[in-house]
Design a protein around this ligand. Structure first.
Ligand code: MN3
Length: 231
């Protein structure tokens, strides 16, 4: 009888130990992803000097400063989505650096030297919403050339499942609780001057026109597929 009691006690203590271990908070692994192509891969649309500086200096600085901004805080244990969901309550460094880190990660992935094409499903969703593929590109280009100062333009799927074009200032994005139009990003363009100035100088419109030559539609299709599957 005593042996049974002891082994029950041992099991009980083991369960407590396991659940304590399970509750121990695990830090999120925020990764600085490798650029999925060479710096010169997007030539002539985006030049290699711009790519090198943009990725290794600008993006890297956002990433490093984001990690510094969240060090020793609750944010180290949250996903990037959780952080953005409550960004209005976060210090400004977390908002700017976290946005800069995430937005660029998305931007590199939505560019490619082998652009592919929109899937039939995405194409028909774009046509339903904007009239035609060309009308969509025109509206997106217009929105990105109209961003005053530094920012980003996005194609998103709203929580209602609608496609929308929206722009954000600085390093804000549509996942943030402060965004005027919220949604899951499918496609984005960086219209900060550092993204195009070396090659295009003040001609942002030329950079935007060239952007369409290197859009990674395969990636955009995948994001659309994932987003619509969640619903
Ligand atoms: Mn940038």
């Amino acid at each position: 009888m005593k042996a049974i009691k002891n082994s029950l006690l041992a099991i009980f203590l083991l369960i407590i130990a396991i659940s304590a271990f399970a509750q121990e908070k695990v830090k999120t692994n925020f990764e600085f992803l490798k650029l999925p192509y060479a710096f010169n891969a997007l030539e002539p649309s985006i030049d290699s000097v711009t790519m090198r500086i943009h990725y290794s200096k600008h993006h890297r600085a956002y990433y490093d400063n984001f990690l510094k901004a969240i060090a020793g805080t609750e944010y180290e244990y949250q996903t990037i989505g959780e952080i953005f969901n409550n960004i209005s309550k976060a210090p400004v460094a977390v908002r700017n650096m976290g946005g800069g880190y995430y937005n660029h990660t998305l931007f590199w992935a939505n560019l490619s030297p082998t652009p592919g094409e929109p899937s039939a499903k995405l194409k028909s969703a774009i046509e339903n919403r904007f009239g035609s593929m060309d009308a969509f590109k025109e509206a997106f280009s217009k929105a990105s050339s109209s961003v005053f100062g530094s920012g980003w333009t996005w194609l998103v799927v709203t929580p209602e499942g609608k496609l929308e074009i929206t722009s954000t200032s600085n390093q804000d994005n549509p996942l943030m609780d402060i965004a005027s139009i919220k949604g899951t990003p499918l496609l984005t363009i960086d219209v900060w001057e550092h993204a195009y100035y070396l090659k295009y100088q003040n001609k942002r419109a030329d950079y935007i026109a060239a952007f369409w030559n290197v859009v990674n539609w395969t990636e955009v299709n995948n994001r659309y597929e994932k987003t619509t599957q969640k619903k």
